[in-house]
Design a protein around this ligand. Structure first.
Ligand code: SF4
Ligand code: SF4
Length: 639
């Protein structure tokens, strides 16, 4: 293992501390593996290699001196476009599989199965019914749940190509529905959209880069549909998040407790684990853990339980290996997506149990405990007892928990934001927000999304960009591992607002926070949840656009994913563009091998859908470009 400059890897002090420990113990982490991958292949980085058929792999010479075509005749533009839209389709499949899981659970609940679950938020259920046009008057709850499940599953089953997915049609602004409908960019069926993307990118099919990219935008909209239904139904099932004070970073682990991390994306099991942990507290104490059981979160599963249970967040994607290195993690329970296959290898050096739970997502070296919703409580108890048993194997001499954690105020669902605004104006809750956008106290809104990548110093691009925009009075929202970065950096606090917000923004956040009884300003960064919860920001933006009688592409609203890495992040970015948002990405997607594709996504898209990609690896200039995009939108509105 080569020596690493750990401070350069992450701006998170706990991560740096653990990386130094990893170095000292010759334990390999993602950062070490990244170094061993250098130099990464230029063809792949530019999107110019194709492995779609067995005549390949084919590579196009980016400088025009070598081969210009793959064996089948595909040129650089076709190859780049096919690769990109396949990535978007994979991201869509991941989010939507999550959504299907929740929808099927709702269907089973309506049929009287799944006794370990109930509808915890009836008000949300009725609100969804209203949105989707399901009658509620005089009907039993389960009948309504059944109808909602049927409509939702219809978004995976409808075969009428011209009939858009129900959730999108009911949730976006009328103008956006019309514009995207006219362009053929409203998907009719999530599964079919993914399948059609795979089909048209098979060897010898779609070879028109523009047509391919349009297909990519259509499948990206299916990603938004899948995310939206996952979020909304999860709220009905587990409760709509409301602001709660929690904490973030590795200091949330406890020496005297059985520490159990939940990692992944889907709340179906992790929410139950949170519920039943209290029941097994005495067993943990009897095993010697005086502080009982401490559930901690990682990645988006972490955000799901942080928002609804106040469970602290240990860390975000890139540093998910590091809680094991504290020597105090008894178990990491994983579900789906963004789980590093390296976890069992690191856990081998400690007493930690890595427990996979989804039959489609197993990892060599991990223990698999199959999750069955029909026996959710039983599965959760089995897992917690495995962790309690692991506590007995902990070596107290190896425990090294960083002392640092940050207070974080989290859980700003769209409903929670509106409720806070209602404290200022009960009759017209959105009015204070609109008024402050109009008078310039709030210049615009930025939604930070996405991951971490070894290509960027962990969390630093988020923190730099957010501070620079907040100073210019831009309201900051965040989800996923972006939200994790901000929580760890202490930007989800009133103190951060006082310290970093521009005067106009500070005044607004203070007035709302005080009126809402927070005893201080709203946090500088509003935590909206996990990756699928980006749909919460869309819901808020749609309400704002409808109130102003404009489209989403008219709002001074931008998105940014400065440390994105996953196919899901590409899908999110692509639907953000499609609904009309200038969207920044800070790690360069594999498109630069094609000028045509690069121009399509960064320029032509603007004329077509209003949104476009801004590719910039420098947070400072990216911040300037996002602010300029906000000003352009303000000017368009006459502000
Ligand atoms: S599809 Fe064409 S470019 Fe791709 S690997 Fe096959 S022959 Fe090569
Ligand atoms: S933000 Fe990216 S890395 Fe983090 S959980 Fe979501 S997809 Fe995974």
């Amino acid at each position: 293992m080569t020596h690493h400059d750990c401070a350069h890897c992450s701006s998170d002090a706990c991560a740096t501390e653990m990386l130094n420990l990893a170095e000292a113990n010759s334990i390999e982490t993602a950062w070490h593996r990244y170094e061993k991958q250098q130099p990464q292949c230029g063809f792949g980085s530019a999107g110019l290699c194709c492995r779609i058929c067995l005549k390949g792999p084919c590579r196009i010479d980016p400088f025009g001196e070598g081969p210009k075509y793959g064996v089948c005749g595909a040129d650089r533009d076709t190859i780049v476009a096919r690769h990109l839209v396949r990535m978007i389709a994979a991201g869509t499949a991941a989010h939507s599989e999550h959504g299907r899981h929740i929808a099927l659970a709702m269907q089973h609940i309506s049929q009287g199965e799944l006794h370990d679950y109930s509808i915890r938020d009836e008000a949300k259920l009725y609100a969804i019914a209203k949105t989707l046009g399901v009658a509620t008057e005089g009907r039993g709850l389960l009948a309504i749940v059944g109808d909602l499940a049927a409509i939702t599953l219809g978004d995976f089953q409808n075969q009428d190509y011209d009939k858009p997915c129900a959730w999108l049609a009911a949730s976006l602004t009328p103008r956006r529905v019309k514009r995207l409908g006219d362009l053929g960019l409203l998907p009719h069926n999530i599964d079919a959209s993914v399948a059609q993307t795979m089909s048209r990118t098979h060897v010898g099919c779609d070879a028109d880069p523009t047509n391919l990219i349009l297909g990519g935008l259509r499948v990206a909209m299916a990603d938004l549909d899948g995310s939206m239904l996952a979020t909304e139904l999860s709220d009905a099932l587990f409760g709509t998040p409301q602001p709660v004070v929690s904490a973030a970073n590795l200091g949330v682990m406890k020496r005297g407790a059985v520490n159990i991390a939940v990692n992944g994306h889907n709340p179906m099991l992790s929410d139950i684990i949170c519920d039943v942990a209290a029941d097994l507290r005495d067993e943990a104490i009897a095993a010697g853990a005086a502080e009982g059981i401490n559930i901690i979160g990682i990645c988006c599963t972490g955000h799901e339980v942080m928002m609804r249970h106040g469970v602290p967040l240990a860390t975000n994607y890139l540093s998910q290996e590091l809680p094991i290195l504290t020597g105090a993690l008894e178990a990491m329970v994983v579900d789906v997506q963004c789980i590093m296959p390296s976890l069992p290898r690191i856990a081998e050096c400690f007493h930690t149990q890595i427990i996979t739970t989804d039959k489609h997502n197993k990892i060599s070296g991990a223990t698999h405990v199959p999750f069955d919703e029909h026996k959710a409580v039983e599965t959760a108890k089995t897992i917690i007892r495995m962790a309690i048993a692991a506590f007995g194997r902990r070596d107290p001499n190896r425990v090294a928990i960083p002392a640092f954690k940050q207070k974080s105020i989290v859980g700003f669902s769209a409903e929670a934001v509106v409720a806070a605004l209602a404290k200022v104006n009960a009759d017209d809750p959105l009015k204070p927000l609109v008024d402050n956008v109009v008078n310039g106290n709030i210049q615009g809104i930025v939604l930070f999304v996405g991951c971490n990548t070894t290509k960027v110093q962990q969390d630093s691009a988020y923190v730099d960009l957010a501070k620079s925009l907040a100073k210019r009075n831009v309201l900051v929202l965040a989800t996923g591992c972006a939200a994790g970065a901000f929580a760890k950096a202490g930007l989800m606090t009133s103190e951060a607002t006082t310290q970093y917000a521009g005067e106009g923004l500070k005044g607004v956040l203070s007035a709302i926070g005080t009126a809402a009884g927070l005893g201080g300003p709203l946090p500088l960064v509003m935590h909206m949840g996990s990756c699928v919860d980006n749909s919460r920001a869309v819901a808020l933006a749609t309400a704002l656009a409808n109130k102003l009688g404009v489209d989403l592409s008219d709002l001074p609203l931008v998105a940014s994913a400065p440390e994105c890495m996953s196919e899901k992040a590409l899908a999110i970015g692509s639907w953000a563009v499609t609904i009309g948002l200038p969207t920044h990405v800070g790690s360069v997607p594999p498109v630069i091998g094609s000028q045509i594709v690069t121009k399509l996504v960064t320029e032509t898209a603007k004329d077509l859908v209003g949104g476009y990609f801004i590719v910039d690896t420098d947070p400072k200039s990216a911040g300037d470009k996002l602010y300029a995009a906000i000003q352009e939108r303000r000017a368009g509105l006459g502000l």
